[in-house]
Ligand binder design. Structure first.
Ligand code: ACM
Length: 539
């Protein structure tokens, strides 16, 4: 088995193989004890082998660190004598261990003893390191809550594909998903809604069924530690000043009108936004303090996307605040709000991370921009010297439908096939070499308005995430034909894990949603719409 995915920089086949058996031992220095524990835990269930700790004599499986390798890079050499994995750092050694699993039969991914399989590692030499430092997935656990158990499973799937960043979208109009000790009503009130819109059309009906859930701070600590043991950083996002109706439902004084609102039961861009009183800023500084205590990530997400300005424009008090602060328009007010958070986040030694709308105003130089409305935000941010994470909607929005077939479930926006996604390149055309050094990498975004359970997330995410993984990891020439040849055996691994991916010929009957309208668009319609949206940052 050498159908590695993502594709490594170089792979040379040797002769013979190393069969794992009851005498196989695993040796690692103290710094790699966590990786060794992960590897043994991953190999043991299906093989049933004891895989006892080795004595460092070079036999069996040996993990080591090498200062000659790049960060996150690894070298794996297997021969009939054993397997040696060197990592440039702990993450690199972990990726070497992940690749060792891919060298074994796919049944190694099963969670209980598999009989009748020969667990032999073919002789190979692999040298590998990632193209980008930010290889991310954004998961929206706010529109539909994803139980903690399923977040951990998703982290395992990310690690299997060498993603290293989970951007967790924790708050929305439709739900607040993280316990904040100082403001308990955020979850008491904000973590559930009365009912939910079903479908993507403006007049789609609601289901009359409550939906909710949230992560306690203990859950968050577990998620962060579980991710860390898999070389993944969790970047939290608390979305402001739009997408905040769940918070306003919990604390009406955060809203512009002060009137009670319920947690939003519909989808789409919401007119109700936060006010910008000093007390509201202080509320969020408190929230971000708890968030920064929980998440060690250098990057802290503030959202900043899709904040309609009508409510601010119509509100006398907001206009008064703008005059007091010397702000010319509502875009400057949004920037003022984001900058207040940025000052606080930066003072704690972290970096603000936001959607490309934050480019509507001047930002601290360390602010990092997620370019989602195509690549315009990436180009503008790079020109202004900011770091960029590319996540253009027309390439890596995995909530978009996967084909033109009429039975794609709740079809949204344009069709993004596996081949479309495989073409992902986070580096915009026509930028300078210096600007290119500020492209940290990219991420796929999984918005869950129309994914109400983990099975549906599997369908939308896979195998498109396999293509994203390779686009972000692998250097050099890319060939979709060669990718699909390696994807076939890789799908056997996903089968063994139990991932309900989309098959190439379309959805299985139970993956369709007959009669539920989506909101499909043509590429032309989408392009016109996006050009209008980004006009104010592109000028
Ligand atoms: C976004 O898709 N609103 C970032």
């Amino acid at each position: 088995m050498t159908a590695l995915l993502p594709r490594p920089n170089s792979l040379t086949r040797g002769s013979g193989e190393y069969p794992l058996d009851a005498s196989t031992r695993v040796t690692a220095p103290d710094e790699l004890a966590g990786v060794a524990a992960w590897l043994v835990g991953a190999l043991r269930p299906a093989t049933g082998l004891p895989l006892r700790e080795g004595n460092g004599d070079g036999s069996g499986i040996t993990l080591t660190l090498s200062s000659e390798l790049d960060p996150e890079g690894y070298r794996l050499e297997s021969s009939p004598a054993g397997v040696r994995i060197e990592g440039g750092d702990e993450s690199g050694a972990f990726y070497g261990a992940q690749v060792l699993l891919q060298l074994l039969p796919p049944a190694v991914y099963r969670k209980a003893l598999v009989g009748g399989v020969r667990w032999a590692v073919p002789s190979v030499t692999i040298e590998d390191s990632p193209r980008f430092a930010w290889r991310g997935v954004m998961l929206d656990v706010a529109r539909h809550f994803l139980p903690k158990h399923d977040v951990l499973r998703f982290l395992d799937l990310m690690a299997m594909h060498r993603f290293n960043t989970l951007h967790l979208h924790l708050t929305e109009d439709q739900g607040w998903r993280i316990e904040i000790k100082r403001y308990p009503r955020l979850t008491e009130v904000g973590s559930w809604r009365r009912e939910t819109q079903v479908g993507g059309a403006p007049d789609s009906p609601t289901d009359g069924r409550p939906h909710g859930g949230f992560y306690t701070q203990d859950d968050i600590r577990e998620i962060v530690a579980y991710a860390s043991a898999r070389a993944i950083t969790v970047v939290p996002e608390i979305d402001v000043p739009g997408h905040s109706q769940a918070a306003i439902a919990a604390y009406p004084e955060l809203g512009v009108s002060g009137e009670p609102l319920e947690v939003f039961t519909r989808f789409g861009i919401n007119y109700n936004v936060l006010n910008t009183e000093e007390s509201t800023v202080q509320f969020y500084l408190d929230v971000f303090d708890e968030v920064m205590d929980l998440f060690p990530s250098p990057f802290i997400g503030v959202g900043g996307d899709e904040c309609p300005k009508e409510q601010w424009a119509a509100d006398a008090r907001t206009q008064e605040l703008m005059r007091e602060r010397g702000l010319a328009d509502e875009e400057e007010l949004q920037t003022w709000f984001i900058r207040r958070l940025d000052d606080h986040i930066s003072a704690r030694g972290r970096r603000l991370y936001g959607w490309d709308e934050i480019l509507e105003g001047e930002l601290a130089p360390s602010a990092t921009v997620a370019s989602w409305r195509g690549m315009t935000g990436a180009r503008v941010a790079l020109r202004r010297g900011h770091d960029v994470v590319a996540c253009p909607d027309d390439v890596v929005y995995l909530d978009y439908r996967q084909s033109e077939l009429p039975d794609e479930p709740i079809p949204v926006s344009i069709s993004l096939t596996l081949e479309d996604v495989y073409a992902f390149d986070p580096v915009p055309a026509g930028i300078t070499e210096e600007e290119a050094t500020h492209v940290l990498g990219g991420q796929a975004n999984i918005w869950t308005e129309h994914m109400d359970n983990p099975r549906t997330i599997d369908y939308f995410a896979f195998p498109r995430l396999c293509a994203v993984a390779e686009a972000l990891w692998s250097s050099g020439e890319r060939s979709f034909a060669a990718f699909t040849e390696r994807l076939d055996p890789h799908l056997a691994r996903l089968d063994a894990v139990g991932v309900e991916y989309r098959h190439a010929d379309g959805p299985r009957p139970w993956q369709t949603r007959p009669g539920i309208l989506g909101r499909p668009a043509t590429r032309e319609e989408r392009a016109v719409h996006m050009a209008e949206l980004v006009a104010n940052i592109a000028r």
